[in-house]
Design a protein around this ligand. Structure first.
Ligand code: N7H
Length: 474
């Protein structure tokens, strides 16, 4: 079974605090760093077992992960068996659909980041206290490159990301670990998330067993622009007010209402009872054999093919079962302030850097190229995915030949950027989405703005805690 005293806590269960700091560092003095890692840092690292229900979590939970250049700096050259990790995220920007790296946070642009400390607590003060004691232990052996402070949104928006949608509802259940599996939850072997565990087919060094690859992305969200787009392009469903029609468009872009209720089960109106019921809010497949004549390959009246949750987890589109699972464990947190009155009034995000907001996206997987990277590149950025889904297959082919992707699902309206062209589309170039109008699936929505802007990131390896006093400290 899993050694949950050795697996870092953020991976399978999440640190679940309202504040989380990502502290990105470079290693200056490997010998000193190794010795402090073993003596001072390893004892602070929060294992999975400390975060289980019924246990008393530490006031400030701490995890640590290393980039490929970080492992190199420590002289650890074992092949972890992941080409994307080895290459780093900077060289991967184009493959991920980023319009170059001009928008990247300078610290991410390159390969200077050796590691990241993740510190989670109820208050920023507690995080800063913990960081100060870590920094005093490490001294000049590390240097700060960049930090990003994450925070749950205030009041009744807690748990919701900045566009207003409840997040963290659908996560894979890890066989042998997740205690209560809810209907509709994807069940995966531990080796899909953790290296060297059940059904991980790649050869890994022994010391890496129980570790996981962490994909970090700083994804800026243009909230006033998103809201404006929904109002300007509101649907026309009879019986709904203009406001409800705008809200419906947003729900169809995501695949869930702001409450979290899936539109596959609540197609026209939000349903908070459904949203709050863990036995129902994930219990859908996109197929509806109970509806006479419903065809999952053509019918978008319930959930559009392009909806964010359908692009990123197509469920029964891989009929009859999810035969090609791409499981990732998501552990992100929002960052940045609430939208200001001035931004609401101008319907545009301020260019003031202190008002940048978005998602500090984190996903864990045992293979980046079948996890985060695959979903981003082959599904959300791919206008033709899900393959063969279109209003009319013949016209799809014609349209593709003539003008590109017209009747295909289109990209994910939230995070998709078409990267199939030989060069990636420039920022804010038109992104075309279909299926979002329940009355006319051929109605194309042209998104002339990127609602989500990549500020870059890095790929890390979150090692088992034993490696912090073992392989990485030698
Ligand atoms: Fe997504 N959002 O608010 O729009 N995401 N996501 N995501 N996402 C999900 O079902 C969001 C991003 C996945 O199992 C929900 O738990 C935003 C990236 C996957 O049914 C919401 C950003 C990738 C799922 C959001 C963002 C993914 C998922 C519904 C960026 C991977 C689960 C909550 C700023 C490449 C699908 C839920 C399933 C759900 C939003 C990024 C993937 C509300 C704003 C980069 C696999």
């Amino acid at each position: 079974g899993l050694n949950i005293t050795d697996v870092q806590g953020d991976i399978l269960i999440g640190m679940k605090k309202n504040k989380e700091l990502f502290f990105f560092f470079g290693i200056k003095d490997a010998a000193t760093f190794k010795s402090k890692l073993s003596s001072d840092i390893a004892p602070l690292i929060t294992p999975t077992v400390s975060l289980l229900p019924g246990s008393t979590p530490p006031n400030t939970a701490v995890n640590i992960a290393f980039s490929k250049t970080g492992l190199d700096a420590l002289g650890v050259t074992d092949d972890l068996g992941d080409a994307s990790f080895a290459g780093g995220q900077f060289t991967d920007a184009t493959a991920l659909g980023d319009p170059g790296t001009g928008n990247w946070v300078p610290g991410f642009a390159g390969t200077n980041i050796h590691g990241v400390l993740l510190l989670a607590s109820g208050t920023v003060d507690d995080i800063n206290d913990e960081l100060a004691s870590i920094q005093s232990a490490l001294g000049d052996s590390v240097t700060e490159i960049y930090r990003l402070q994450g925070a749950a949104r205030p009041g009744n928006q807690e748990g919701h990301e900045h566009f207003g949608f409840m997040d963290g509802i659908s996560q894979p259940a890890v066989v042998g670990f997740t205690p209560n599996i809810h209907p509709g939850q994807m069940q995966v072997p531990a080796g899909n998330i953790l290296l060297g565990e059940d059904q991980d087919a790649t050869t890994r060094p022994d010391w890496a067993r129980g570790g996981s690859f962490l994909a970090f992305r700083q994804l800026q969200q243009k909230v006033p622009e998103f809201d404006k787009y929904l109002v300007d392009n509101a649907l026309n469903v009879p019986g709904l007010t203009a406001e409800e029609n705008a809200e419906l468009l947003g729900a169809r872009f995501i695949g869930r209402w702001k409450s979290g209720a899936p539109i596959d089960l609540a197609p026209l109106h939000d349903d908070t009872d459904l949203a709050n019921d863990a036995n129902r809010n994930n219990n859908f497949t996109f197929d509806h054999p109970e509806i006479p004549g419903f065809d999952i390959t053509t019918n978008q009246t319930l959930c559009p093919f392009s909806a964010h949750i359908r692009k990123s987890r197509p469920r029964d589109d891989f009929s009859p079962n999810e035969s090609v699972v791409r499981p990732i464990m998501r552990a992100g947190i929002p960052y940045g302030p609430e939208v200001t009155d001035a931004e609401t009034a101008s319907q545009a995000s301020s260019s003031d850097p202190s008002l940048e907001r978005g998602l500090a996206f984190v996903s864990y997987q045992s293979d980046l190229n079948t996890g985060f990277r695959f979903i981003q590149q082959n599904w959300v950025d791919n206008a033709n995915f899900f393959f063969g889904k279109n209003r009319n297959y013949v016209s799809l082919i014609l349209a593709n030949v003539l003008s590109g992707n017209l009747n295909s699902p289109g990209v994910d309206p939230i995070i998709g950027r078409d990267s199939s062209a030989s060069s990636v589309a420039p920022a804010d170039s038109d992104r075309v989405v279909s299926g979002s109008d329940p009355l006319d699936s051929a109605h194309l929505f042209t998104l002339d703005i990127d609602f989500v802007v990549s500020r870059g990131g890095e790929y890390f390896f979150s090692p088992p805690i034993s490696a912090l006093t073992g392989q990485l400290a030698q």
